[in-house]
Design a protein around this ligand. Structure first.
Ligand SMILES: C[S@@+](CC[C@H](N)C(=O)[O-])C[C@H]1O[C@@H](n2cnc3c(N)ncnc32)[C@H](O)[C@@H]1O
Length: 312
């Protein structure tokens, strides 16, 4: 299957990164390489682009797409959390810019074989990394009812989390669950008829929750952002992060605010005792959003939020 993914807020990201032609940049979420090829096209042969993805399909498709650019290209089949070891291995001491475009690509969702879709049938998988130990089939068939309910509530913000977890546990007693549509039907039948299509497809939030659990998408995200700024960027370097749901965005917003604060004392204290100093300046106080034109041509961009900072 062809690797199709329309890059979100592409112009805004490129502008935010303020690219220097001989700079060193990192794309933590390569995907189809849409953002990376725009970055690479602005780099000369002295520039470097480090690219991470957990997904081998993304790496092979994007490496072809980026083949003709003259900058140094480093591809890493790894979690962006491990960026420091890739920098060390390549004798890179600091970065001019970092981009994170979080979540999954359209290719991953649309390729039924990957098991992310509640519209097209496929195996219950949802792992970005094909070698990952955890997948959706294990979560759905082996997690306790309490654990499922917690994941659906926390990662899916699903108000019928308890009913859905109960329906899954009941269904799997008679037969192990294998397919995405089988799961989507169980979820739909557990949601009260009146609420079934009020917030989009009834399985949307639960599939998001399982995907986040399988890929550990929120684990260490805050620490990664703090470390990328403190140990990756040099002074004047920029970081741009695109999020697609409120849980992710809250983590990014809080990490950015912490880095941008001169004081992190309890607000009740009359004077500052923390002596914390801002490490970054926020380029935009409020996140940038996609334009109406972008949302119309790429509806998947509708929930995107772009936050940008510059290291002091
Ligand atoms: C939204 S897509 C990126 C699309 C890309 N910006 C483009 O323009 O084509 C996110 C990609 O990041 C990868 N990904 C998500 N979390 C990751 C992580 N923690 N480490 C490495 N790759 C990750 C996913 O496998 C997916 O391919």
């Amino acid at each position: 299957m062809e690797f199709n993914h329309v890059s979100v807020m592409l112009d805004e990201c490129i502008e935010a990164l303020n690219i220097k032609s001989d700079g060193v940049y990192m794309d933590g979420t390569l995907g189809g390489g849409g953002h990376s090829s725009e970055i690479a096209s602005r780099l000369n042969k002295n520039g470097t682009l480090i690219m991470f993805d957990l997904d081998n399909d993304a790496l092979s498709s994007a490496s072809e797409r980026l083949h003709n650019f003259e900058c140094k290209k480093i591809f890493a089949h790894d979690n962006f959390k491990n960026f420091l070891s890739t920098m060390e291995e390549n004798d890179i001491t600091s970065l001019d810019g970092i981009l994170l475009d979080l979540g999954v690509s359209s290719y991953q969702i649309d390729n039924a074989e990957r098991g992310f879709s509640y519209i097209t049938d496929g195996p219950l998988n949802m792992a970005m990394d094909e070698h990952a130990k955890l997948n959706a089939e294990i979560v759905v068939n082996e997690y306790s009812e309490d654990a499922l309910e917690r994941i659906f509530r926390e990662y899916g913000e699903e108000r019928f989390a308890g009913r859905i977890a109960n329906a899954i546990v009941y269904a799997r007693k008679s037969k192990k669950l294998h397919s995405t549509l089988e799961l989507a039907e169980i979820i739909a039948s557990a949601v009260p008829a009146k609420a079934r299509y009020s917030g989009g497809h009834p399985a949307k939030r639960v599939f998001q929750a399982i995907r986040i659990e399988v890929n550990g998408e929120l684990d260490g995200l805050r620490e990664s952002i703090l470390s990328m700024v403190r140990n990756g960027l040099h002074s004047g370097g920029r970081m741009a992060v695109i999020t697609f749901h409120s849980l992710e965005d809250r983590i990014v917003k809080d990490a950015f605010n912490l880095l941008a604060s001169d004081c992190i004392c309890d607000k009740k204290l009359p004077v500052c005792v923390c002596h914390h100093k801002a490490e970054v300046r926020l380029i935009n106080k409020k996140p940038l959003l996609p334009t109406a034109t972008e949302i119309k041509s790429n509806p998947r961009s509708h929930s995107a939020k772009l936050r940008v900072l510059e290291k002091l």
